[in-house]
Design a protein around this ligand. Structure first.
Ligand SMILES: [Zn+2]
Ligand SMILES: [Zn+2]
Length: 150
C-alpha cells in the first residue's frame, strides 16, 4: 500500500533515515509519537467510529479535514476521551505502539491506534478524502486557467 502523496515533498529521497525508518519533518508529531499517552491521544469521531489518533494538532486537523471530505456526516476531533469512551473493544485494546502504523500527513505523521478493521476503515476514508481533494483542486485549477484565458 502506498500512502505517499501531497506536494511531492514526501517523495524526496530522505538522507536522514538510514534503514528506511520513518522520517517525520514535523517535530511536534514526532514528540507526540514518542510519548503516546493520555495527554497526546486525540479522538476522531467519524460516522459511528471513534478512532484514537496520536500526532500534533496541525496534522490531526489536516487528517480530520481530509476524512471529512469522504463522509456525508461530520468528522470531529476531540482532545479528550469522548463520553462513553471507545466503543470497539478491539480499538480500546489496540497496541499503544504508534510506530507500527504511521500515516504520513503533509510533513508530519499520525499514528492510528485502532484495531485492524477500523484502521483500514479510516485509511479508506483518508484515501478517499485525498482523491476528492485532488479532484477539487484540479477542477478549481481548470476553471482558473479557463477564466485567465478569456
Ligand atoms: Zn505535525
Ligand atoms: Zn475497532
Amino acid at each position: 500500500m502506498c500512502l505517499d502523496y501531497e506536494r511531492g515533498d514526501l517523495s524526496r529521497p530522505s538522507v536522514d533515515s538510514p534503514g528506511g525508518g520513518q522520517s517525520l519533518h514535523c517535530t511536534a508529531c514526532e514528540a507526540a509519537l514518542q510519548s503516546p499517552g493520555r495527554d497526546t491521544v486525540s479522538f476522531l469521531l467519524l460516522d459511528r467510529l471513534t478512532i484514537p489518533l496520536v500526532g500534533c494538532a496541525e496534522h490531526l486537523e489536516a487528517f480530520r479535514s481530509l476524512c471529512s471530505l469522504a463522509t456525508d456526516g461530520s468528522a470531529e476531533l476531540l482532545e479528550y476521551r469522548p463520553a462513553g469512551g471507545v466503543r470497539c473493544p478491539g480499538c480500546r485494546h489496540a497496541p499503544r505502539e504508534p510506530e507500527q502504523a504511521i500515516v504520513p500527513v503533509g510533513s508530519g505523521g499520525l499514528a492510528i491506534l485502532a484495531c485492524e478493521s477500523h484502521q483500514s476503515d479510516i485509511l479508506d476514508r483518508f484515501r478517499t478524502g485525498l482523491e476528492v481533494r485532488r479532484h477539487l483542486t484540479s477542477s478549481l485549477d481548470e476553471s482558473l486557467t479557463r477564466s485567465a484565458i478569456k
